[in-house]
Write a protein that binds this ligand. Structure first.
Ligand code: URA
Ligand code: SF4
Length: 198
């Protein structure tokens, strides 16, 4: 018996990543150093979805390795007690937009199937979206993050907890940080089965 029968999502996700590495479905393919597919445990109960790779991510090939990522790691450790090996992180678009501009609607739409496949294969209990782009895409809404956050939403058999992007915390300071910490505590409650069904 193959040991992969019990962890089928591991080779499947690696296979999808190999395919994504050559993706040219949108114009962002032209300016990238490499595709930043995602990182972490493919059997995680928790998945974070950010916006787009920045300069460091584009160079290193891993999401959230710059200043935003360091802040995210610290807050997740402090509020949820988890390190990177315990969750999975990906972005709404997998290639760096030139000069860190916002990802465009056509780019987000072109990249969406990669994200959907990641969510399907990892099948997390809790998805935490970081910032406007991921929340709007996954919840199918035009509502902004300030209104969306503060509660959980049903999502693909699990729940979705929207919160701010860590870059907004770096810019905006204490008040936003406290709200983001509360969102992470909320996500933890759903992970441990203490959250009320949204
Ligand atoms: N910001 C994001 O949204 N994603 C990253 O990977 C890095 C910064
Ligand atoms: Fe493909 Fe997504 Fe990169 Fe566009 S951003 S080229 S859709 S991987």
């Amino acid at each position: 018996m193959s040991p992969t029968t019990t962890i089928a999502s591991v080779p499947a996700l690696a296979e999808v990543e190999r395919e994504a590495k050559g993706c040219t479905r949108c114009p962002l393919a032209q300016g990238r150093t490499q595709v930043v597919f995602g990182v972490g445990s493919s059997s995680a109960d928790l998945m974070f979805v950010g916006e787009a790779p920045g300069q460091q991510e584009d160079l290193q090939g891993e999401p959230f390795v710059g200043r935003s990522g360091q802040l995210l790691d610290r807050m997740v450790l402090e509020e949820m007690g988890l390190t990177r090996d315990r969750f999975y992180i990906a972005n709404t678009v997998k290639c760096r937009p030139p000069g860190n501009r916002d990802p465009q609607p056509v780019e987000i739409a072109a990249c969406h199937p990669w994200l959907e496949t990641q969510v399907d294969l990892i099948d997390p209990k809790v998805v935490v979206t970081l910032g406007n782009f991921a929340a709007k895409l996954l919840l199918g809404t035009t509502e902004g993050i300030t209104r969306l956050r503060g509660r959980a939403y049903p999502y693909r058999g699990g729940v979705l907890v929207p919160t701010f992007h860590p870059a907004a915390i770096l810019r905006g300071g204490g008040d936003l940080a406290a709200q983001m910490r509360a969102d992470l505590v909320r996500a933890k409650q759903y992970l441990t089965g203490d959250g009320e069904r949204p």
